[in-house]
Design a protein around this ligand. Structure first.
Ligand SMILES: CC(C)(COP(=O)(O)OP(=O)(O)OC[C@H]1O[C@@H](n2cnc3c(N)ncnc32)[C@H](O)[C@@H]1OP(=O)(O)O)[C@@H](O)C(=O)NCCC(=O)NCCS
Length: 150
């Protein structure tokens, strides 16, 4: 059975306790929010629990400051038998404004698990457009790279 990607959007305000001593978001906090948004999208796709198996290297392009609005967008781009690769993008908006700035893209591999914690079969991602095909190929490489690191 093939299934459409389950896109999840998550909006946060950068609270003081998310930041470091210079008032910008702590990198680990941003990774946590991206991981959670990705996991929610993966859980909706698998219709079950998932665990994070792997995270690709992340590059933080611009500082995100206390009080900024942070927008996280996650979608499944590649599926294996029990694993899926999620693309998670983070954007910020300063001063509650219209300008949406790209901060960071992360690729996360999640594995669906059953009630005993064992990997569980998931549907195959439906890939139709040129863009979806391009993301699928990217996701495939990311999955292969993550396995080579083991
Ligand atoms: C992820 C986990 C469930 C895989 O279990 P496993 O016994 O290795 O299972 P399998 O060998 O059958 O692999 C299952 C799938 O995971 C994939 N996988 C396993 N380790 C992986 C890794 N490091 N990176 C990417 N994919 C991985 C396999 O390729 C396989 O994918 P497929 O079914 O789509 O082909 C297990 O390693 C685990 O529980 N890890 C800890 C997860 C965790 O605690 N995360 C942090 C908190 S959420």
């Amino acid at each position: 059975m093939e299934k459409d990607s389950c896109r999840v959007l998550n909006t946060e305000i950068v609270f003081p306790h998310y930041t470091n001593h210079i008032g910008t978001i702590f990198g680990g906090k941003l990774v946590e929010l991206m991981d959670l948004t990705g996991a929610l999208s993966a859980m909706r796709f698998a219709v079950d629990n998932v665990v994070t198996a792997s995270i690709e290297a992340l590059d933080f392009k611009i500082p995100v400051k206390q009080g900024d609005i942070l927008e996280l967008e996650a979608e499944v781009i590649y599926t294996g038998k029990t694993s899926m690769v999620l693309k998670v993008d983070a954007y910020n908006r300063e001063n509650f404004g219209e300008k949406k700035q790209f901060c960071c893209r992360g690729y996360f591999v999640f594995v669906a698990i059953d009630s005993s914690g064992r990997p569980k079969r998931i549907p195959k991602l439906k890939v139709e457009t040129e863009q979806e095909r391009s993301f699928w190929e990217e996701g495939k490489l990311i999955k292969q790279r993550s396995l080579r690191r083991e």
